[in-house]
Write a protein that binds this ligand. Structure first.
Ligand SMILES: [Zn+2]
Ligand SMILES: [Zn+2]
Length: 305
């Protein structure tokens, strides 16, 4: 089994991105990504596979960011990625967020794809109840790199991690993904722009093919990252083992490892670059998050006990 790095949410000139699909795919290849989803809004961007024989692009997994255009007659900003789909899914209008999520998740699933609910806190469109009481999406974005995604929440609204724990605590499984949602590949890169290289996933897979990558993602054999990489990761219902890959000289880089369980409570916390722990005493579910002193994270997928 190998680990493959990929971004599952990005835009090109086929929707509102500033660069061609070729330019975008080349950017990810040049930055050592193994696979990429060109998830244009309501457009299935498929490139000529023969071109990729020149090793120009990462493995391209087909995908689309499907818009829920209107809720109850008003413009909405509810977006769902369909990853690994074959045919375009048209945007629709619905009575409620839950109706919209149910319909799009069904359509993605019927094509054997994976449905990810994007940027829940973008314009505060998706509530925790919308996710809790709708059909099971494969994942939601615990991190979205767009400057208006509000991952951290606000004084009055939950952060994406709080949303995640509330859903998990209700007994519903959902994975958390990190993505770029990049639109800007030209001119300056800054926090005020929607640039690539901010959030990605590492997938554990037999091989780098669309079929195997999708299969592993579906099973939860991946973790999400904004910069923390793991050298070893073995997690089961009984044990947690991980070792963080060092990036900087040790004295410059510090890591905090947290085990979170039922109701979002931190069960265990330590500083260091490895962890070996039994899951004894954990309630309902657990997930592991690693934070670096640089402010980057790794989010490991939850396990229900
Ligand atoms: Zn979006
Ligand atoms: Zn997007």
């Amino acid at each position: 089994m190998n680990w493959y790095k990929g971004n599952i949410h990005t835009h090109t000139t086929n929707s509102d991105g500033d660069s061609s699909p070729d330019h975008v795919a080349s950017w990810y290849k040049n930055n050592q990504y193994d696979f990429l989803v060109l998830s244009d809004h309501n457009h299935l961007t498929i490139l000529d596979e023969a071109e990729n024989k020149k090793n120009k692009w990462p493995l391209l997994v087909p995908g689309e960011e499907i818009t829920i255009r209107e809720i109850n007659g008003s413009p909405a900003a509810l977006h769902i990625n369909g990853i690994g789909i074959k045919d375009l899914i048209k945007p629709g209008s619905y009575e409620s967020n839950i109706d919209g999520i149910n319909d799009v998740v069904d359509k993605v699933n019927s094509q054997g794809g994976l449905a990810s609910i994007n940027h829940p806190n973008y314009q505060w469109w998706v509530s925790v109840d919308d996710i809790k009481y709708s059909k099971d999406a494969w994942a939601f974005e615990v991190f979205n790199g767009h400057m208006h995604s509000n991952n951290e929440g606000s004084l009055h609204s939950m952060s994406t991690e709080e949303i995640w724990d509330e859903i998990l605590s209700s007994g519903k499984m959902i994975y958390g993904v990190a993505s770029d949602d990049a639109h800007h590949f030209t001119q300056e890169f800054s926090s005020a722009r929607s640039n690539p290289g901010r959030g990605w996933i590492y997938v554990k897979s037999n091989s780098l093919s669309v079929k195997e990558i999708i299969k592993s993602m579906k099973k939860g054999d991946f973790y999400s990252s904004t910069g923390v990489e793991l050298e070893e990761l073995e997690i089961s219902k009984s044990n947690i083992h991980l070792k963080i890959k060092e990036r900087l000289p040790k004295e410059k880089q510090k890591y905090t490892i947290k085990i979170i369980h039922d109701t979002g409570v931190v069960f265990f916390e330590k500083e260091g670059d490895d962890l070996d722990l039994s899951t004894k005493g954990l309630k309902k579910y657990f997930r592991v998050v690693v934070r670096s002193s640089e402010g980057t994270n790794a989010w490991i997928q939850p396990i229900f006990l």
